[in-house]
Every structure is written in structure tokens, then in C-alpha cells.
Design a protein around this ligand. Structure first.
Ligand code: AMP
Ligand code: MG
Length: 476
């Protein structure tokens, strides 16, 4: 079984932030997914694990499970949360350096479970693996699934579903919501301890005394992350403050999805009735989440409240600036533009608005720019032509050879994303006991920029009208 090299630095934090908690025992654990590339990267070179070990039944030696406390704004409303169905086993220190959290998700109830059963269904855990691996391969910071164990016991949602435990690897599990919890602790040492710990863990280069500089660092990282989501048409779906990772990783994949047809108002989550977390709202929501973090940090930024508010406000404003620049940079690259010109934003926006109006597939249009197939993605291809003329005029000023340009376009515009209908298909098959489509999808998603193998062509196709997935569910 994997040879974790444990450390337990989170336990050095005040006890208010965590509680000891043992996992529940799985009835009949069976390994259904083992992420070999990730295991290798982490130096866990001893082959696939004993299923019972990563279902919580028999812990890996040296693991010391705890549940983390946190709060969160869910759809704008403040709530007391915490790990209700997850346990931190400890931090693994990979031989190559660094520190990652190893967390079980779906391992049973904790003091933070509220009315929940502490369990996870197989489908959502496979979903988390699929999206984590997809984002990873697209170069987007994310937590990742190391392993999925089917527990052999049902979990009861609207219907009984097969249960599972996911082993999740993350740079940490410190959320904006962890700070929202800390600032409300009666013990005034909790907040500074958490901030010092988080800075040391994620941003050791930021001076310890400069909390405003650290907040700016967190804002910058989040801005870069959201720009990357936008560049691939990713909709997180539940950008609550408890799902906003201070280390800048994408975390807590629930009803997330990639857009097929481009539209800025795209929403998939069945619980997001007002479109709060729609595609185009994601930057504003991230800024709102960071404003919650900023307000938690005020007492640490400056003893003078006015000065603290000023520094915190400036940091959160910085988000918009970094985001705009990062967005422009990623979309310039998506158009094959290496140089910056004043009209570039307008050129990008003109393409996007045509795509929205003419119901064009986001991924296929951008990929199609490399090989001349973008035009065919538009309901009225003439609608693309006028824009394409402007684009060619602009490209002519770049001076790259057509071959170099096509190569550059293919390096940033993926052919393959986890299409909702393919994800649904893979999960449905797995729930019925056939894991082959799931494994094939995850394997293909590791190389999103390659020309797809003939047998993977179907994975890159846009959904037919009857295949379109309009809503996704938390499934918690
Ligand atoms: P999530 O939607 O996964 O981000 O979870 C939001 C909050 O609900 C977190 O505090 C979770 O720990 C908790 N939660 C979600 N599902 C369950 C469950 N089945 N049992 C207990 N707590 C849960
Ligand atoms: Mg969450």
C-alpha cells in the first residue's frame, strides 16, 4: 500500500480549528480508481492501495484523522459548516519536496455533519475525479482524486445509490470560510495563528508582518485561477466562500460543468435558481468572496481601523485589475496573438458575442481556429466571416508562419474537455458496474491538447440536441 510520509502540522493550530474524528468502517470496500500518475508524482511508489485502508476501515499507518472547522457564505447566506463528511488524514511530504493534504471524503459523520449522513455517493466522487484530472491537464490549479473506493453499502438520497470514499489530494484545505470561522472564535489567538500558518504554508516569500501583502497575493492567485476557468468555459457552480481555496486551487466539485454552446449566462447547477454562479458572474463572485476574507483579516492588517479598511479595499480592488489582465492574456493566446494591441479586447469580445448569438460551441470554435473548422460551428457561418476577416488582418501584423500559429493555437485551445453528456454516460455506466467508459474518459482527458485518437473522436464531439445536459446536481 502507498507509503505516505506523514506530517501533522495542522494539529499545531489551536484546537478550535479541528476535532479528532475516526472514520466509519466500510462494509465491503472495493478499489475502483487509483490515480497512478498522481501516486508517482507524490512518490507513493508501492502500487495500488489496500481498499480497506482508503475507505477508512483500517487507516494507513501514521494517519491521524481530524475534521476541520469552517464557516461559509452559501449563496450569500452565512452558515456554520466544517468537514461534515470528510477527514484530513494528515499531510504527506513527497520526496521531491512540498506538502499536500490527504483527505478522505465520504468517510462518515463528524461533529460538523448537521443533519447529513457523512457519506458520499459513487457518482459525485467519480465526477470529482473526472473534473480534477481534466483541469489538471488543462494547466489549472486543482485538488485531485488519488483513489476511489466503493464501500459496498448504499447511501440514501432520493433513491439508494452506491456509496464511495474519495481520497483527495490538495495543497491544503484552507478556505475563505476557515477564516470566517477563525474571526468568530472567542479565543483571539485563533485568527492570527491561522493566518501565520497559511502564509507559511502557501506564501512563505510574503513577509510575516505584512498581512495586506498576503491578502493581495491571495487575490492575485484567485484572479489568475478564475481567468483560467473562463478560458476553458468552466462553470464551478457553487462558489460559496467555503469552496474558495486560499491557496488558489479549484476545490469542491459539485454541480460544475464545461459549457458546450457559449453563453455568458450559462448555469448548470440545479440549486442555483438565480444564476448567482453563472459563467460570466464568476469573477464578481470571486471578488465578493475575497472581500469576505479581507473583512476577516482587518484586525490583523492594521490596529487603525481606517487604515486597515483602506489597505483591504485596495487589495480586493486589485483583483479586478489582475483578472482583466489575466483574462486578456489567456484570450489573446486563444486567438494566436503573441503581441498586445489596443483593439484586442474588442476583437475577442466580438467573437464571443457572435458565438453567443449564433449558438456556437465554445471549445470547438477555439480549437477550430487552428485548422479552419471554426466557421462550421456557427448556426449561420456567414456570421463568423466578417469577424474572421478582422482576425486575419490582425494576425497579419503578428508575422508568425501559419504552421507556427496553428501549433500555438492547438497548444492553448483544447480539443477535449469533459463534455457533460460524456461525464453523465461514464457515471451511469459505473453506477451499473461498468467502469470502462469512466477509465477511458479519464485517460483521454490527460491529453486535452493532442489531436484526438480516432477512437476518442466521439469524446470531442458536441452533444446532439437530445444529448444536451441542462442541469447538474450536487448529489451530496
Ligand atoms: P459541499 O457542498 O460538498 O461543499 O458541502 C457543504 C457542506 O455540507 C460541508 O460542510 C460538507 O461537509 C457538508 N456536507 C455535504 N454533504 C454532506 C453529508 N452527506 N453529510 C454531512 N455533511 C455533508
Ligand atoms: Mg464545500
Amino acid at each position: 500500500s502507498p507509503s505516505f510520509h506523514w506530517d501533522h502540522s495542522y494539529r499545531t493550530l489551536p484546537q478550535a480549528l479541528w476535532v479528532d474524528q475516526a472514520p466509519e468502517t466500510a462494509t465491503n470496500p472495493r478499489l475502483v480508481y487509483w490515480n497512478r500518475p498522481l501516486a508517482e508524482k507524490l512518490g507513493l511508489d508501492s502500487g495500488p492501495p489496500d481498499a480497506a485502508m482508503l475507505a477508512g476501515s483500517r487507516l494507513p499507518p501514521g494517519a491521524a484523522p481530524l475534521a476541520q472547522a469552517y464557516c461559509g457564505h452559501q449563496f450569500g447566506h452565512f452558515t456554520q459548516l466544517g468537514d461534515g463528511r470528510a477527514l484530513l488524514l494528515g499531510e504527506h511530504l513527497p520526496p521531491g519536496g512540498g506538502r499536500v493534504d490527504v483527505q478522505l471524503k465520504g468517510s462518515g459523520q463528524t461533529p460538523f455533519s448537521r443533519r447529513g449522513d457523512g457519506k458520499a455517493a459513487l457518482g459525485p466522487m467519480l465526477r470529482e475525479v473526472i473534473f480534477g484530472e481534466a483541469l489538471q491537464a488543462l494547466g489549472i490549479p486543482t485538488t485531485r482524486g488519488l483513489c476511489v473506493v466503493a464501500t459496498g453499502a448504499p447511501v440514501y438520497r432520493e433513491t439508494p445509490l452506491p456509496g464511495a470514499v474519495l481520497t483527495r489530494i490538495a495543497a491544503s484545505h484552507i478556505r475563505v470560510g476557515t477564516f470566517e470561522y477563525a474571526v468568530r472564535c472567542e479565543d483571539r489567538t485563533v485568527l492570527p495563528a491561522l493566518q501565520a500558518y497559511t502564509r507559511t504554508r502557501h506564501d512563505p516569500e510574503v513577509p510575516a508582518g505584512d498581512v495586506a501583502a498576503w491578502l493581495r497575493r491571495v487575490c492575485t492567485r484567485q484572479a489568475q485561477l478564475i481567468a483560467k476557468w473562463m478560458s476553458v468555459g468552466f462553470v464551478h457552480g457553487v462558489m460559496n466562500t467555503d469552496n474558495c481555496h486560499v491557496g488558489g486551487e479549484t476545490i469542491d466539485y459539485g454541480p460544475c460543468a464545461f459549457m458546450d454552446v457559449y453563453h455568458p449566462e450559462t448555469v448548470f447547477s440545479s440549486i442555483d435558481h438565480y444564476g448567482r454562479y453563472a459563467y460570466a458572474n464568476q469573477p464578481q463572485i470571486a471578488a465578493w468572496n475575497l472581500a469576505q476574507l479581507a473583512s476577516c483579516l482587518l484586525p490583523l492588517i492594521d490596529d487603525d481601523e481606517g487604515a486597515a479598511i483602506e489597505a483591504a479595499t485596495a487589495a480586493v480592488r486589485g483583483f479586478a485589475e489582475v483578472y482583466q489582465a489575466a483574462w486578456l492574456a489567456v484570450f489573446r493566446a486563444k486567438l494566436g496573438l503573441a503581441q498586445a494591441e489596443d483593439g484586442d479586447r474588442a476583437l475577442i469580445e466580438a467573437l464571443l458575442s457572435r458565438m453567443a448569438r449564433l449558438r456556437a460551441d465554445f471549445t470547438r470554435v477555439f480549437r477550430g481556429l487552428a485548422d479552419g473548422s471554426a466557421r462550421a460551428e456557427f448556426a449561420e457561418p456567414e456570421g463568423f466571416d466578417a469577424w474572421a476577416a478582422d482576425w486575419r488582418t490582425r494576425l497579419a501584423r503578428e508575422g508568425a508562419t501559419p504552421e507556427a500559429r496553428s501549433g500555438a493555437l492547438r497548444a492553448v485551445n483544447p480539443a477535449l474537455i469533459p463534455r457533460n453528456h460524456r461525464v453523465a454516460e461514464a457515471i451511469t455506466a459505473a453506477e451499473g458496474g461498468d467502469f470502462a467508459p469512466f477509465h477511458r474518459l479519464v485517460e483521454a482527458l490527460a491529453r486535452p491538447f493532442d489531436a484526438p485518437a480516432p477512437e476518442d473522436e466521439a469524446l470531442t464531439a458536441a452533444p446532439a440536441a437530445h444529448e444536451v445536459v441542462r442541469a447538474t446536481f450536487c448529489g451530496t
